[in-house]
Design a binder for this molecule. Structure first.
Ligand SMILES: [Zn+2]
Length: 144
């Protein structure tokens, strides 16, 4: 999980991510395909841009993969930039914010924040129990 934020991000870059869902998708896409694209279905390495912003489409089997697929942000029911804010603070934050505080800051329901925070914490716990090779394979982006 913390590998998402392994790169030290400047305060401006963070503000940008926290305020713009499209920036978050772009950030995930860059991270996910930093070593190039490999289709999860057929293994083809050629892709073209997909329909959704910052998604990729396999040129062979036409499967589209979003930048959030296989990450903790997949199927997130609230704006991804808000999810990023929670994820960043759980991983890197200097203060341990309560889910009530997240809810207040992000105008979300407390339960929503609690659910997502728990999901992140579980992901971090799972990371700790993995073997090194397992960790390496999911190092770039945590699977949800
Ligand atoms: Zn394919």
């Amino acid at each position: 999980m913390s590998t998402i934020f392994r790169k030290e991000l400047s305060q401006e870059a963070l503000e940008e991510l926290f305020n713009c869902d499209e920036k978050c998708l772009e950030f995930l896409a860059e991270l996910k395909w930093s070593d190039g694209f490999t289709c999860r279905k057929c293994g083809n390495t050629n892709s073209c841009p997909g329909k959704a912003p910052h998604s990729r489409r396999c040129t062979k089997c036409k499967t589209e993969e979003s930048s959030t697929a296989g990450t903790i942000f997949h199927n997130c029911k609230f704006p991804i930039n808000k999810a990023f804010y929670i994820a960043y603070n759980v991983c890197k934050g200097k203060e341990d914010l309560s889910t009530y505080e997240y809810a207040r800051r992000l105008s979300l329901r407390q339960m929503t924040c609690w659910n997502f925070k728990t999901k992140i914490e579980h992901a971090i716990e799972q990371m700790d129990t993995l073997t090194i090779s397992e960790k390496t394979s999911i190092q770039k982006i945590i699977t949800s």
